[in-house]
Design a protein around this ligand. Structure first.
Ligand code: G3H
Length: 489
């Protein structure tokens, strides 16, 4: 059991003796379902939230603080100290990733290693950005020395599906650009931050990173209402983002960097390599049980091949192994949100009521913390699974006869993150790609959707994102271009 009894504010690991919240895992080691107690975290209140805010404000000191004015090489040194210390915690964090969010061992290790790489890449990108700003520009007789400066105090809130990697995709670039931060770990995937608290404390000047535990609403509401947050950085759902934005006195003038929902489609054309399409759609829909914003959430398959595609796809889904995250070959794992199986069941029932069938034999089989992925066909627009971001193991397949059908749906959708396009004929693909890039931000040719490699821009149109993440883009998102202009260089 991990009892987290401290939180990080003003460079101090403050001891908490008030109420605590128990953290459970939906993974049980016995056949009888019983959530496993993993530990406790402090249930901090408004006073501590305001303490964290004041600490971040003091460290930023309206841009005059030690951190925002620190030399580039010194900020890099702090970040290097942090990543070196973080690396020593790999085993603990990976174990907690498996227990807290149910991510399988290879993917948990990947999440940790990818985060470490992300930090090193960010350091390199920051050096490059600094080299670029050493250059002068001259237009119409005016020289400009362009720099990048911090934005201020940033509230960082990450998601449960990548509680380390995506949270750090916000926190690390925000920090290295000279901002100060208040970070509240996700509700699920909270304990795995504990092994890193000391690394944060040891590596950064006091007040630069503040880490608080408790209920989002209790902590974030007073912080936002104070009007002292300069940037809201959140990866999660738009409902939370909207609520937080509305609490800030600046409302829709508040700067935000947001990664939100998506309903990424795959479009399988008549000449697609079917084995490849099936393989990619399996990983695209079901990696981490479909709990990824980049997951494929609807498959459009041309009517001429849909029967064969469905046969192969449904068969392959049934071959996937369900098991605890540490079990060899477990591709499907327990769902960390206790109410997720019931929600997925609702989507299945609704689709069946409206005429769809489950194509795979195991589809919809349940245990208390899991529901086996159901492949649903034929899915139509009136079904909930067509519209909602299921974020879990249920896969709608839609048959189309004319390419305009999926394109129209994408144009009408509230989301616009990515698409996967399967086909071979270049003459057909080229104009289609030109259309698709104006509907989403990344077109994946003959491959499933994904965020990585992390150097590529990660963003979305419409309600899918605000701002851009990735290594260099995130440095830009968390800073502002300023310049010194003069008539002489
Ligand atoms: O949940 C959204 C994540 O950004 C997905 O990242 O494509 O690396 O799994 P991924």
């Amino acid at each position: 059991l991990l009892h987290q009894s401290t939180y990080l504010v003003d460079g101090e690991l403050k001891q908490w003796s008030g109420d605590t919240t128990e953290v459970y895992s939906t993974i049980s080691s016995t056949e009888t379902y019983k959530p496993t107690l993993l530990g406790t975290i402090p249930t901090l209140g408004e006073t501590e939230a305001m303490e964290a805010l004041k600490s971040a404000e003091k460290a930023y000191d309206k841009g005059q603080g030690l951190w925002p004015t620190m030399k580039v090489e010194d900020r890099i040194a702090c970040m290097e100290t942090f990543v070196e210390q973080m690396k020593t915690k790999r085993d603990e964090v990976v174990k907690l990733l498996m227990w807290e969010i149910g991510k399988n061992l290879p993917d948990s290790e990947k999440e940790f290693d990818r985060t470490v790489d992300y930090i090193y890449d960010t350091i390199e990108a920051y050096k490059q950005l600094d080299r670029d700003s050493a250059k002068f520009e001259k237009h119409a007789g005016v020289y400009a020395h362009i720099r990048r400066g911090p934005l201020g105090v940033i509230l960082c809130l990450g998601p449960y599906n990548y509680p380390l990697n995506e949270t750090f995709a916000l926190l690390i670039p925000a920090l290295i650009m000279g901002n100060t931060t208040i970070f509240k770990p996700a509700k699920i995937g909270v304990l795995l931050i504990s092994p890193l608290l000391e690394a944060f404390q040891n590596s950064f000047p006091k007040g630069v990173v503040n880490i608080v535990y408790g209920r989002g609403r209790v902590l974030a509401t007073p912080i936002m209402k104070s009007g002292k947050v300069d940037v809201l950085a959140l990866i999660g759902n738009s409902k939370s983002a909207n609520a937080l934005q509305a609490q800030h006195p600046k409302g829709n003038r508040l700067r935000m960097v947001l990664g939100l929902e998506a309903k990424n489609p795959a479009i399988v054309l008549p000449d697609a390599d079917l084995d490849l399409a099936v393989e990619e759609c399996i990983s695209g829909t079901l990696s981490f049980n479909g709990q990824r914003c980049t997951a494929l959430k609807v498959l459009y398959v041309h009517e001429s091949i849909v029967e064969e595609f469905n046969r192969r796809f449904a068969y392959k889904v049934d071959q996937l192994k369900f098991g605890n995250p540490w079990e060899n070959g477990a591709k499907l794992t327990p769902l960390p949100e206790v109410d997720k199986p019931a929600y997925i069941q609702e989507l299945i029932d609704d689709a069946k009521d409206k005429g769809a069938s489950i194509l795979n034999k195991k589809g919809g089989e349940t245990t208390e913390n899991f529901i086996f992925p159901a492949v649903l066909f034929p899915v139509t627009k009136d079904m909930r699974v067509f519209k909602e971001e299921q974020f879990g193991p249920v896969i709608p397949v839609v048959s189309f006869s004319d390419i305009e059908e999926p394109l129209d749906d994408m144009a009408e959708s509230d989301y616009g993150q990515q698409v996967s396009l399967f086909g071979k004929n270049v003459t057909t693909l080229s104009p289609l790609i030109d259309t698709l890039v104006n509907l989403v931000c990344r077109v994946n040719l003959n491959s499933s959707c994904q965020r990585g490699p992390d150097v590529y821009p990660f963003t979305g149109r419409k309600d899918s994102a605000v701002g851009t993440l990735s290594v260099t883009d995130a440095l830009r998102s968390f800073s502002i271009r300023t310049f010194v202009a003069s008539k002489d260089n």
